[in-house]
Design a protein around this ligand. Sequence first.
Ligand SMILES: NC(=O)c1ccc[n+]([C@@H]2O[C@H](COP(=O)([O-])OP(=O)(O)OC[C@H]3O[C@@H](n4cnc5c(N)ncnc54)[C@H](O)[C@@H]3O)[C@@H](O)[C@H]2O)c1
Ligand SMILES: [Zn+2]
Length: 401
Amino acid sequence: MDKLKVLVTGGLGFIGLEVAKVLVEQKVPVLLFDNLSPQIHGAVPDLAGLGLLHSAQVEVFRGDVSKPSDWAVALENIGAVVHLAAETGTAQSMYEISRYTETNVGGTAALLNHLANHQHGVSKIILASSRSVYGEGAYQCRSCGLVYPPARSEEMFRSAQWQPSCPFCRRPIEAAPTPEEARTVPASIYAATKLAQEDLVRVASQALGIPAVIYRFQNVYGEGQSLKNPYTGILSIFSNQLRLGKTIHLYEDGQESRDFVHVSDIARAVVRGLDYEGADGATLNVGSGEPTSVAQVAALLQERFGVQIQPVISGQYRLGDIRHGYADLTAIRSRLGFAPEVSLDEGLTRFVEWVKAQPLQLDRLDRASAELMARGLMPAPFPSEAPTDVRQNIHAKAASV
Ligand SMILES: NC(=O)c1ccc[n+]([C@@H]2O[C@H](COP(=O)([O-])OP(=O)(O)OC[C@H]3O[C@@H](n4cnc5c(N)ncnc54)[C@H](O)[C@@H]3O)[C@@H](O)[C@H]2O)c1
Ligand SMILES: [Zn+2]
């Protein structure tokens, strides 16, 4: 029997291409549905280098997920949908609210609306959600157990009080793995749209009887991630700066941490969710399950690029950023037998080898940072510490998408 065709929305993006690669290896036909957003692909998208697109199993449909008529075309002869298309810049979402909502929420609504009202062959939906729906991650308090501190206040940021304390007894707390049952407290419009996508898919999948798997990805990195988009991807941003011989400016004290997971592990989880029923109806974290500080990741990159310039702790911050967040992987392990396979060490080596083979990107962070400052989401740099070209050096660190 022929394998069912899988529609991958956002299929020409970072994660989409990796998912397509794994599906093609499994001889599954795929249709990549993507609008080639200029922010990700540049004004004139260049797909010539994508060998995958020459495979007979791969088709591309250029369309917009927020347009119902494009779904009608895209969903013809489709057996499963992997819905990845989204606007993904956390900070940018705070002032491009309509755009983010139209694509992320409107796009998901248009998919579900089509499935509810037309004949179709879709028997599974996989939705890419994000750890950002949690806001600040889980923490362990010695007296109170697992606690969920609220978002840090502006006052805490201003007084460089980076670490949250126990919301009950005020004592110091340590970051702990965040389970799926954690409260969801989106701290950005981006996160709010991801949570809305989740709710829409959960409710509609039950009503329509189409099994859905919702994945909360942690910070995904790896070969193929956009080196052009100044709004997302801390590893891309740091790599560009190192290649340009610029100093990396670390926000806060550099000790804030994230869960960095290699894109090949994400793609394996997606395909496993398609192949097996174990995760149907579930909402699952996908990550490495380990925290890594931003300072540590900068040091690992520096080592691999062979650059000696030491990073500077800028004391800069971005309102709404979380301090720590890493995944509890118990649920995905028991539902799908899934565990990440690529260590940070190996993943970064692969990533840096790939970056070195890419054309050098101009540092566009000055524009992204200036936008944040103009909107009061990031303070201007302290004059005493700021070199004259500080604006070019400040990185717009991606909060966890
Ligand atoms: N990369 C991460 O660290 C991360 C973490 C958590 C969740 N996610 C989620 O995973 C998904 C994929 O992320 P990614 O990192 O591959 O992003 P990406 O920006 O590389 O890819 C997104 C793709 O979607 C396309 N797209 C954007 N708007 C569209 C529209 N209106 N219609 C059709 N296509 C459109 C873009 O052209 C792009 O090719 C997103 O839903 C994102 O929220 C990513
Ligand atoms: Zn306590």
